[in-house]
Design a protein around this ligand. Structure first.
Ligand SMILES: Nc1nc2c(ncn2[C@@H]2O[C@H](COP(=O)(O)OP(=O)(O)OP(=O)(O)O)[C@@H](O)[C@H]2O)c(=O)[nH]1
Ligand SMILES: [Mg+2]
Length: 546
């Protein structure tokens, strides 16, 4: 347990924040892998929290970083930790006894400028408590070796930040009075407060999937989620997200849902099965269906994937065709989408994606080419990565949907189980760490998903309370590949590759589940598995019946 040393030498009384800041420090610490380091079991970690005046902050910033400006938070780690993992053995001097004889490990200092806290809270329109906690979480993640030097690191750090804030139940839309703390209450709230800007995802959305994935779509609505949409103009419907491999469908789905439901990679044909995500706004409920990229299949897996694309599309109220702006040419696949949609009289919206990565002048000719081809309901340039244009896309989708009921309670925003997501997160790391034909020839099956809970014996505990008491999930998974040589590559020299895949996947899965994960991976060869219906069915890659 971190019992921070707090030094406050400034004009703002920080005592009101203290309890929350201590909670925040401990929540971050408990989730860092280093906290489980056997040598640290009996050691007390120490963090110093310094609250300084703007002048002092400017001086510290100038002296330590050469930046002559007031800033909100600075961190000074004492240990060499990278993303929660100690990078070198502790030296005897790192742990020292305090006056009561306890062994203390100094993690470092977090320096905060409370005047900046108040200014930023006012600027962002949320409580000063939220701002102070946010900066403390940020500072503590730095002490735990998280950084934002490059894009990937920044994404991981921000994901943790959101996750911790969510666990703390301190949300961005909190004004000075606290909002309900549970995820279900928050999501309930998001839908209502969403009228401010019309978009649920634009307000802070819980990062963790824990309570959402627990009930797959189709379960009974929890009572508190029943909202009376007695609005005659309320829209709803199913939207098939289709397009070539790599056009950014899964990136868009993740952006819309505010969390990671679908894995993403630079390699084509990343998505293998359809994934539903329910997006609630004040005006509509949209069920987006991410589909595998459209391609000419050369094995049974690919044929099943394509069957699912066409099936999801036939049952949809709207098709959202995504094209990559950098590949402005129209393909025969896109032409068949248009033809099929016309047969079914399903409207199509065209989204031209990745506009963040192209010269603006190139956009107009692409729009022209596509509008000459077909009378799309709308053509919207977007960046699924930065979110540019997505708000306008949501408006266009809402306009094009029929008047309809809310099909799903706001509690449920995906049909993906935690087990499936865990398997996908392992596969994503295989895509990251291997090349050539290996990523496409592998599949992942979770064989064991064993959850350990603290004793929750109270009568009437909620699902969220049960999930909060989950301490560990033990996952055993098998990676299937096609050849012995592939198995060797997946394992790597002295098991290095499989270790990397495992530890990166474990971190992602921990973030998703909100608790510690023990992950063990096995690699097995199953020749020609992509053509064997029974294995495909076992892996969940059979054609779906909608
Ligand atoms: N610059 C930029 N890159 C993007 C954008 N959207 C997606 N990407 C990148 O494009 C690549 C493919 O993204 P995915 O979301 O996996 O594409 P997909 O359409 O789901 O691909 P399949 O599942 O293979 O059909 C990834 O490297 C993404 O990071 C965007 O708006 N801008
Ligand atoms: Mg995809």
């Amino acid at each position: 347990m971190i019992n921070p040393m707090i030094n406050s030498q400034n004009e703002v009384d920080v005592s009101l924040w203290e309890a929350d800041l201590v909670r925040a420090l401990n929540l971050v610490w408990q989730q860092l892998p280093i906290a489980d380091f056997p040598e640290l079991v009996d050691v007390e970690p120490l963090v110093t929290l310094e609250f300084v005046t703007p002048e002092d902050m400017r001086n510290i910033n100038a002296e330590t970083r050469g930046v002559d400006a007031v800033t909100d938070v600075l961190s000074f780690p004492m240990l060499h930790i990278y993303e929660g993992v100690l990078q070198e053995p502790l030296s005897p001097g790192d742990v020292h006894p305090d006056e009561t004889g306890r062994s203390i490990l100094e993690l470092g200092d977090i320096v905060i400028c409370p005047v900046r806290v108040l200014e930023q809270a006012a600027e962002y329109g949320h409580s000063s408590r939220r701002e102070a906690v946010f900066l403390t979480v940020h500072g503590m993640l730095h002490l735990g070796g998280y950084d934002h030097e490059d894009e990937d690191e920044r994404e991981r750090m921000e994901a943790w930040q959101r996750h911790i804030m969510d666990q703390l139940g301190i949300h961005r839309n909190e004004r000075e009075a606290p909002l309900p703390a549970t995820q279900s209450q928050l999501r309930h709230n998001v839908v209502h407060t969403g009228t401010e800007n019309g978009l649920a995802f634009a307000t802070e959305q819980p990062q963790s999937l824990v309570s959402n994935t627990k009930d797959a779509i189709g379960g009974n609505p929890p009572e508190e989620a029943v909202v009376d949409w007695s609005d005659d103009d309320f829209k709803s419907g199913f939207i098939a997200l289709v397009g070539r491999p790599n056009s950014g469908k899964s990136t868009l789905l993740n952006y819309l849902s505010g969390t990671k439901l679908a894995i993403v990679s630079r390699k084509a044909q990343t998505t293998r099965h359809t994934i539903r995500s329910v997006i609630n706004t004040a005006r509509a409920q949209m069920i987006f269906i991410d589909t595998p990229g459209m391609h000419k299949p050369d094995h049974q897996l690919g044929r099943n994937m394509m069957k699912n694309v066409w099936q999801s599309f036939e049952d949809s109220d709207l098709v959202l065709l995504l094209v990559d702006a950098k590949r402005g040419n129209i393909t025969s696949m896109e032409e068949s989408v248009i033809q099929k949609a016309s047969e079914f009289k399903t409207p199509i919206i065209l989204a031209i994606n990745k506009v963040d990565d192209m010269e603006k002048e190139r956009l107009l000719p692409i729009i022209q080419r596509y509008s000459d081809l077909y009378d799309f309901v709308d053509i919207v340039p977007i960046s699924a990565k930065t979110g540019d244009g997505v708000e306008r896309l949501i408006d266009a989708v809402t306009d094009a949907l029929p008047i309809g009921p809310r099909y799903y309670p706001t509690e449920q925003y995906t049909d993906q189980s935690e087990r499936t997501l865990a398997a996908e997160m392992i596969r994503e790391q295989i895509l990251n760490y291997t090349h050539d034909e290996i990523p496409h020839g592998t599949a992942v099956k979770v064989n064991v998903f064993d959850e350990r809970y603290e004793d929750v014996t109270d009568v009437g505990v909620t699902d969220e309370e049960v999930l909060d008491s989950r301490r560990l999930v033990r996952i055993l998974a098998t990676i299937y590949c096609e050849k012995d040589t592939h198995k060797g590559i997946l394992i790597g020299k002295q098991g290095r590759t499989i270790k990397r895949i495992g530890s990166a996947a474990r971190r992602d899965i921990e973030r998703m589940l909100g608790c510690k994960v023990y992950l063990e991976l096995f690699v097995k060869v199953r020749k020609d598995w992509q053509n064997k219906e029974s294995i495909l069915a076992d892996l969940g890659y059979d054609p779906l019946i909608f």
